[in-house]
Design a protein around this ligand. Structure first.
Ligand code: F6P
Length: 532
């Protein structure tokens, strides 16, 4: 049966106006236990969704929807290694990467735990050798600089985690990330580093991504020119993380410097794999393990907690309520932590690349909208940028606030200020402000939904929990919408057309008459760029 004609969907449709008769503030007055009933706690995390329109009836209708869509069965299929990424015929098992060695995760009948822990051991000894100065560069200098080259899922995760946890960084390690094919990115990085003390990590699941290969090639040429070292020096300064071992070897990476992972790890879920090597090098391997432990704790919670007490499930269901029954198109992710400034961009890829689809997993057109438009920035900076629209425009944007109980920064009074702001924002969105005579611009409608997630502190463990929470949220939403959250065919067309244009450039530059196979607008721009 089509989802939108199903009983659970119909029940939610019937409820979609129910919350419009009372404001959020009235809901609190009517129910002194509201906060208690709409707050969850798990292992150092506190999640308050009482400032959404949630009611008992909406929540139970959403839980029936999850039940009707066999969320439990889909979850079991995910963890069992079934090929739930059906268009690419692959399992989706990034959870296996953060499980203890004793856990048995199977892909096509094979337990993958041994291979995962072999790679973890390879990463552990590599980190130890670099940190202890056992591994040295071509002229005997110790390595103190990591240059990570990758893009999309092979960049956003490691970059965000290194940035988020820089308070834990080893004092003698620096890390740089280069992703954009714009030469400005690589040249600015190269201008800052000493090649003798640098290690280049080439991160690409496929090892075919144009931007990454171009940056890697230019970095290799720069290294050889700058040092004047023999080609064999590459083995001391370049490593790769990839599924495509052959391509990395052909590129010139020494086989012992290649860190593999399984194709059951999607790019945007890959920071837990060897793609996370810069994290381990920058913070120390023990911190990387703490990150994995936090994510594993969330996996277990997601697997075993009852749906109404299950953080990823509830966060996902609130999102479905907002997207499909309230018609809210966007979602703001607002971490109140300077070091999480890169989190919204990371979650933007994870969510929009996963659930921004128009067909279901059987290729049928979806009659309802799916993934929201994700944006955000760290608080309090965002308050001075885009919050005006969130508070007063006619477009309602649900907000997901993220905060931390304890500050890691020594300036503890700043943390009180920061927390005051995050609490004030969700409160302002809810209570609004009455119009004043002759000052209509001061009116805030209020009654705008938000959730707040509070973790003990921005540690590797809690960050691991939060990232896995969002991964599972996205899985739950995709499962309910009936789509494949694990492919990304929407990025292919642009890549093909860019190749076509790049292929035409030599002829255009050589003065060939206007290429007529492009549309008139593209043709004119090519003329403007290369002929005028
Ligand atoms: O943008 C498309 C994409 O395939 C992402 O899903 C992926 O994270 C990124 O490109 C990089 O791919 P790779 O790791 O294969 O270089």
């Amino acid at each position: 049966m089509d989802l939108e004609h199903s009983p659970a969907w119909g029940a939610l449709k019937n409820l979609q106006d129910s919350h419009k008769h009372t404001t959020l503030m009235e809901q609190f007055d009517l129910d002194p236990k509201r906060v208690e009933r709409f707050t969850l706690r798990f292992d150092g995390l506190y999640f308050d969704y009482s400032k959404t329109a949630m009611s008992d009836s909406i929540r139970s209708a959403l839980l029936s929807l999850a039940d009707q869509q066999d969320l439990d069965g889909q979850k079991r299929a995910l963890f069992s290694g079934a090929h739930i990424n059906n268009s690419e015929d692959r399992a989706v098992l990034h959870m296996a990467l953060r499980a203890p060695h004793t856990a048995a995760y199977h892909v096509d009948g094979q337990n993958v735990s041994d291979a995962i822990h072999d790679t973890l051991n390879q990463m552990r000894s590599f980190c130890r050798d670099i940190h202890d100065g056992v591994w040295r560069g071509h002229n005997g200098k110790a390595i103190n600089t990591i240059v990570h080259i990758g893009i999309g899922g092979s960049d956003l995760g490691p970059y965000m985690v290194c940035d988020a946890l820089k308070d834990f960084a080893l004092s003698n390690m620096n890390v740089h990330f280069v992703s954009n094919v714009d030469g400005a990115a690589l040249s600015q990085c190269l201008a800052k580093i000493n090649p003798d003390e640098s290690l280049f990590l080439i991160a690409s699941k496929s090892f075919t991504t144009e931007e990454t290969l171009k940056n890697a090639e230019s970095a290799k040429n720069w290294f050889l020119n700058k040092t004047g070292a023999a080609h064999s020096a590459i083995a001391k300064h370049f490593a790769a993380m990839t599924v495509n071992i052959d391509a990395a070897t052909t590129f010139g990476i020494a086989p012992e410097n290649i860190f593999g992972f399984g194709d059951y790890v999607g790019g945007r879920f890959s920071l837990w794999s060897s793609i996370g090597l810069p994290i381990a090098l920058y913070l120390g391997f023990d911190k990387f393990e703490d990150l994995l432990r936090g994510a594993h704790a969330m996996d277990q919670h997601f697997l075993h907690a009852a749906p109404h007490e299950n953080l990823p499930t509830m966060l996902a269901l609130i999102g479905i309520w907002h997207r499909n029954f309230c018609g809210y198109e966007s979602l703001a992710i607002l971490p109140y932590a300077q070091n999480l400034n890169a989190l919204p961009a990371y979650l933007q890829q994870m969510d929009m690349e996963s659930n921004g689809k128009t067909v279901d997993r059987h290729g049928r057109s979806l009659p309802y909208p799916t993934g929201p438009i994700i944006f955000g920035a760290s608080g309090t900076n965002g308050q001075h940028a885009f919050y005006q629209l969130i508070h007063q425009s006619q477009t309602i944007i649900p907000c997901e606030f993220i905060a931390f109980k304890t500050a890691l920064s020594p300036l503890k009074d700043h943390h009180d200020a920061l927390l005051s702001h995050v609490l004030a924002q969700s409160r302002a969105l809810m209570i609004g402000r009455a119009a004043e005579a002759n000052a209509p611009e001061k009116y805030f409608s209020g009654n705008r939904p938000s959730t707040t997630l509070i973790a003990e502190a921005l540690t590797p463990y809690h960050l691991g929990q939060i990232l896995a929470l969002y991964e599972h949220k996205i899985f739950v939403q995709g499962a309910i919408w009936g789509l494949n959250s694990f492919d990304q065919p929407g990025v292919e067309l642009g890549k093909i057309l860019a190749k076509e244009i790049a292929g035409a450039l030599p002829a255009i530059k050589n003065g060939a008459s206007t290429i007529t196979s492009f549309d008139p607008s593209t043709q004119n721009m090519l003329d403007y760029l290369y002929k005028d």
